[in-house]
Design a protein around this ligand. Structure first.
Ligand code: TXA
Ligand code: MG
Length: 360
């Protein structure tokens, strides 16, 4: 796609910003907006040409559905979602409805998406023809204000399809400069990873995508059984679950232990490597240090104190930065398997390391 726009970055504090943004959205155009998870590429969810533009600007396959971002006042309870004609009436059993009401009360507005049976009014283009719709109430004040002053917004992450989600206005510009008219700069995203996706499918609640809100928290708040995200989904319920989806251009390999890292460094491929660890690599392993030296490896870390909130917040920005540096390969340390934020970080790193697929 060739450049069509002189992309302008707008600040929320500037007088004209909301008027420009609202005018563009009303005209069926798409703009990049900040959310607390990652930046979104937003358009009127009920305007077919806006939906077409989203898919076109991202280069996204039409079979990959979009999340509908809605206002808080329409989303306090499942009944509100039914009344607002987002969700189909009379299909969610009472016990699931109670569990979902609790989850909505605890986590909305916030980094959680719910996949529920769709109302017939929801465009096919948005849901890629599925009989469910993904709904989210974002917490970022800019996203909230825009939705409240216009209409529900369809918004995927504001990256070109298959690339790392942007967590700053500069990163959006790298991705979409020339393809959109406006980027609203709402600072670096607080969460830094895409929302957790919880779905009601086939009579059960299931986590489809791990995110800032953990399975443990969802189970605790809902008081209900929630199935974990599947590692290798037999049937693709969320294309975000497809193996490779968040990939930098640079080859990325993951390691768990110092010994794994040693083996990777011995492979001698793709120099010079970047070594990305969760906390500073304080090693006294002589063999490791000398291999790092001979391969001209550079060590980077994500958090001084191995704080997972901080790691999530800066992971994508760091991968983006490493992608632009002359490293032949990124060796990234995986967090241990757990059910908290570490699971979401693991998920994104494994996806970045997975073989590239048709959908990436
Ligand atoms: O944090 C987020 O969720 C960000 C911000 C902008 O809100 N959005 C985001 O959108 O990550 P996107 O399009 O990059 O990822 C949405 C994921 C995709 O993997 C899509 O396949 C899945 O949600 N999805 C959307 N509708 C679905 C549905 N009806 N059933 C299953 N998965 C669905
Ligand atoms: Mg995305």
């Amino acid at each position: 796609m060739s450049a069509r726009y002189r992309t302008r970055t707008l600040l929320p504090s500037d007088q004209d910003t909301y008027r420009c943004a609202v005018d563009a959205l009303r005209a069926g155009q798409v703009i990049a907006i900040p959310t607390e998870t990652v930046y979104g590429l937003a358009g009127d969810a009920f305007n077919e040409s806006a939906l077409d533009a989203i898919f076109q600007v991202k280069g996204r396959p039409a079979m990959n559905p979009l999340i509908l971002h809605i206002a808080s006042h329409q989303a306090q309870t499942v009944q509100d979602l039914i009344d607002a004609e987002f969700v189909r009436p009379d299909v969610i059993p009472k016990d699931i409805e109670v569990a979902l009401d609790r989850v909505m009360n605890a986590f909305w507005p916030g980094p959680l998406t719910l996949v529920l049976p769709r109302h017939e009014r929801i465009p096919d283009r948005l849901t890629a023809g599925l009989d469910t719709v993904a709904l989210r109430v974002p917490a970022h004040p800019v996203a909230r204000k825009l939705i409240e002053s216009t209409f529900p917004l369809a918004a995927p992450s504001a990256n070109r399809s298959g690339r790392i989600s942007p967590t700053s206005a500069e990163a959006v510009a790298e991705e979409l400069k020339g393809r959109i008219k406006y980027i609203i700069d709402g600072d670096a995203c607080e969460v830094g990873l895409e929302s957790s996706i919880l779905a009601y499918l086939e009579g059960q609640l299931r986590l489809l995508r791990p995110g800032a809100i953990s399975l443990k928290e969802l189970r605790r708040e809902s008081g209900f059984k929630i199935l974990p995200a599947q590692k290798h989904p037999v049937e693709v319920k969320a294309p975000g679950m497809l193996q490779s989806h968040y990939a930098p251009d640079t080859l990325l390999k993951t390691f768990r232990s110092e010994n794994d890292l040693l083996q990777l460094l011995k492979s001698e491929e793709h120099s010079p490597p970047a070594i990305l660890t969760l906390a500073p690599l304080n090693t006294e392993n002589e063999e490791l240090l000398s291999l790092m030296d001979s391969r001209q490896a550079t060590a980077y870390f994500l958090s001084e104190s191995r704080d997972f909130t901080e790691i999530a917040r800066c992971l994508f920005a760091r991968l983006r930065g490493l992608d632009q540096s002359p490293h032949g390969v990124i060796y990234a340390q995986l967090p241990p398997q757990d059910q908290g934020l570490g699971q979401a970080i693991r998920d994104r790193l494994l996806k970045a390391a997975a073989p590239r697929t048709l959908f990436s």
